[in-house]
Design a protein. Structure first.
Lengths: 289, 286
């Protein structure tokens, strides 16, 4: 055959792939630079942080930045570990609740027959374009009216309806055969049984995907702490992080900020490494048809 | 229906109702203390006729930023996905992870690193590197000078734009049917670009559309980057002022909520029009 073009998902290395590596590897290195920086800076002692000329790699790594970070007590008397604890709790609750709310809605929109079903899903698809910051003012008004200001729930509730999450889950549930559910119904299973014993176990890849997406939102969001919460002890770590960088003039500040930045970044990375094959599996059904 | 309930309620309260309130408020004058009074189209007229900052800086900046970051980030996502799909599994997974990882670092976490890399004195990493290479003589104020702030914002945003859309497109290319390529060769396809345009892209249209919508949204949402990098709202001489910052400026700094809501509605319309546009390219025709 004269022309041999794209070979999708090859099994092993072939000379024709060299051109792709030649582009991909340098680009990946370039893209990973800032992440390497954050790892390096977090472990640099002050004399290396402010060395001139600046050096990327750390020579004498130290935990000092992390110790300094955790020994910090803010002006209002809140230890840093408190912000971190808030963030962990917020993220955990948000992820669990988003999964429950999203998969339950996905089950109905995928497997139930009722009028408006198509319309509801189309509204959700339209909401993929929704940008929360565009409506921060009305959201503020609603949150103030519902008495959620200064409540822990304000970190969690507004993020529970995640249009991308529902979209991916519904597309994923679509490929669970209806016959499976029919068979369970004949055996006398009710909705709770079908949801808990059939839908949830078969939707694991999609669940992993919503988990990581909602974790990233919850872990890095400063919206609630900035606008809806006045009480210091209820704010999250991302918020504390943002106060650090706005006052980096302090000598040790940069190292501490880098250590905090690493704490912000690492959990998402670790979760993604463990879930990546499931995420890719979900993404295969992500198309908008 | 107990299953759909929680999602529907939260979706309504935090997505639908805010959009309705924004549209209603945009026709009023509202200072957060008194009850909003109806002013008709006055806010819209002011926005496009009196608001010099909006017309001179915010709108051109937003359009420039969106037109560069959106298509470029999207094209880059596609070609990276396309190349990754053609190498074996293990190196693909590692490289995809590296390329995806910047998008996990949204916002505050990376601010500290960008501030050190683009720092305006000669000990900033980029200045130091460029001075060593002899490309510049004086340190460049990447973040504070109006001339460079925009380009720095574009680079930083592009760096972190290989997100969910990129993963969807990678999965899309991987799932294209090899037999259709063979059939294409028989039908006389003999160049890579023909293959991409006539086989790969049509086969993965749904993923292309999903990726495009994600890219439109993240582009318009990236508004905070200018404020994070320069450390102030408004940004120096409004050089990095995007529509999202203009909303915050009027809403939370000046408490002109009606006017801020008007800007929000304009932003939502811009996103909607852009998405309509990508829909018309990749959407299934019925």
């Amino acid at each position: 055959m004269a022309f041999q073009g794209t070979k999708i998902n090859p099994r092993r290395f072939h000379r024709s792939q060299i051109k792709f590596y030649a582009i991909l590897i340098p680009l990946a290195l370039f893209m990973s630079l800032p992440i390497i920086f954050i790892f390096m800076n977090a472990f640099k002692p002050p004399n290396e942080l402010f060395a001139f000329p600046p050096r990327i790699f750390v020579r004498n790594p130290t935990w000092d930045n992390f110790k300094a970070l955790f020994n910090t007590v803010t002006q209002s008397g809140i230890p840093v570990s408190r912000y971190l604890f808030n963030s962990l709790l917020i993220s955990l609750l948000t992820v669990m609740a988003t999964i429950l709310v999203g998969t339950a809605a996905g089950y109905v929109l995928s497997k139930k027959q009722f009028r408006l079903k198509k319309l509801l899903f189309e509204i959700n698809t339209l909401a993929l374009m929704f940008v929360p910051i565009a409506v921060m003012i009305p959201r503020y008004i609603i949150i103030a009216r519902t008495g959620l200001v200064d409540s822990f729930l304000v970190h969690i509730l507004p993020n529970l309806a995640m249009p991308v999450g529902l979209f991916l889950v519904k597309q994923f549930i679509d490929q669970i055969p209806d016959s499976l559910i029919e068979a369970a119904k004949l055996d006398g299973a009710n909705d709770w049984f079908i949801y808990g014993k059939i839908i949830l176990p078969l939707t694991k890849p999609a669940i992993a995907t919503i988990a990581i997406l909602s974790f990233q939102t919850a872990w890095s969001s400063v919206e609630a702490s900035n606008f809806y919460i006045n009480q210091e002890s209820l704010k999250n770590f991302a918020y504390y992080m943002s106060t650090l960088t706005s006052s980096t003039s302090a000598i040790a500040g940069q190292g501490v900020a880098a250590a905090a930045g690493l704490i912000m970044f690492l959990p998402s990375l670790v979760i993604f490494i463990f879930t990546q094959s499931k995420v890719m599996n979900t993404m295969a059904h992500s198309g908008i048809k | 229906m107990a299953f759909l309930g929680p999602y529907a309620v939260i979706f309504t309260i935090f997505i639908i109702v805010p959009i309705i309130i924004a549209v209603l408020l945009s026709f009023t004058n509202f200072n957060t203390i008194q009850f909003p009074d109806f002013v008709g189209l006055k806010n819209y007229i002011s926005l496009f006729t009196y608001d010099d900052v909006f017309m001179q800086y915010v709108l051109p900046n937003t359009i420039k930023f969106a037109l560069i970051v959106g298509p470029l980030g999207y094209a880059l996502s596609f070609f990276l996905a396309w190349m990754l799909a053609q190498i074996p599994r293990v190196p693909r997974t590692i490289l995809a992870l590296i390329i995806y990882s910047p998008s996990m670092t949204v916002g505050v976490a990376m601010q500290v690193i960008w501030l050190t890399i683009f720092s305006g004195d000669k000990s900033g990493y980029l200045n130091s590197l460029l001075m060593n290479l002899g490309l510049i003589n004086q340190p460049v104020q990447w973040l504070q000078s109006p001339q460079y702030l925009m380009i720095t914002m574009i680079i930083v945003t592009l760096w972190s734009s290989m997100g969910v859309g990129f993963l969807a497109m990678l999965a899309g290319v991987l799932n294209t049917d090899p037999e259709l390529y063979e059939a294409g060769y028989v039908d006389g396809i003999s160049k890579r670009w023909q293959e991409i345009f006539y086989i790969t892209v049509p086969l993965m249209k749904p993923q292309m559309l999903f990726g495009a919508v994600m890219s439109v949204v993240s582009t318009f949402q990236a508004g905070y980057i200018g404020v994070l990098l320069s450390g102030s709202n408004p940004t120096p001489q409004y050089a990095g002022q995007l529509i999202v910052n203009h909303i915050e400026d009027y809403g939370f700094l000046r408490y002109e909520m009606g006017y801020a809501a008007t800007i929000s509605v304009v932003l939502l319309l811009m996103i909607w029009i852009s998405s309509k546009f990508v829909w018309s390219i990749f959407g299934e025709r019925e």
